[in-house]
Each structure stands twice: as structure tokens, then as C-alpha cells.
Design a protein around this ligand. Structure first.
Ligand SMILES: [Zn+2]
Length: 98
């Protein structure tokens, strides 16, 4: 037992779109399931995760540079249509509450 372990109250992750660091809670976790990018807002799905701001801008950047394929070590291109729809819906819902 040695001293105190520093627990970081707010773990950071890098957005694969804009490459900026942000609190994990501000980013959306993405996992690859059967060649498709699947949003994992609760962080419960197994496997490697990639993190992205849940905005169309960051998503587009990530898709353009195939950041998900790299981050998730996928053997080929990943389908992002469902993810895009999810992000668009989330963004709209957030804006409505402002
Ligand atoms: Zn971002």
C-alpha cells in the first residue's frame, strides 16, 4: 500500500475528428460492429472504442481521414451512415433544449 493514487475525476480522450482533447463525457464512444461504426453512448459495448465529439463537423472530419478505421483497427472501410444519423439526431435534440 503506497500513498494515494491520484484519481482523475475527469478522464480525457482525444476526438478522432478535430484531434482535440476533451472530457470523456463530452465525447461519443464509437465501436465497430460487423464493419459498421456504432454509437455507444453508455460505453457498454465490448472491444476497442474511438471517441468523437457528437457533432456532424467532427464526424465528417473523422470519416474523411478514415480515423475510425484506424482507431478501431478495422480491416477495411467502416460504414458510418447509421452513426451519422445518430449524431444528426443528437445534435438537433441538444440544440432544441438550449
Ligand atoms: Zn472534435
Amino acid at each position: 500500500m503506497s500513498g494515494r493514487t491520484r484519481i482523475r475525476a475527469c478522464p480525457e480522450r482525444t476526438c478522432v475528428g478535430c484531434r482535440e482533447r476533451a472530457a470523456k463525457t463530452e465525447l461519443l464512444r464509437i465501436v465497430a460492429v460487423g464493419g459498421e461504426c456504432v454509437p455507444d453512448p453508455r460505453g457498454t459495448l465490448p472491444g476497442r472504442g474511438a471517441y468523437v465529439h457528437p457533432t456532424p463537423v467532427c464526424l465528417d472530419q473523422a470519416v474523411r481521414r478514415r480515423a475510425f478505421t484506424r482507431a478501431l483497427r478495422a480491416p477495411g472501410a467502416l460504414e458510418t451512415k447509421a452513426l451519422r444519423l445518430y449524431v444528426e439526431r443528437t445534435t438537433v435534440a441538444e440544440q432544441a433544449t438550449r
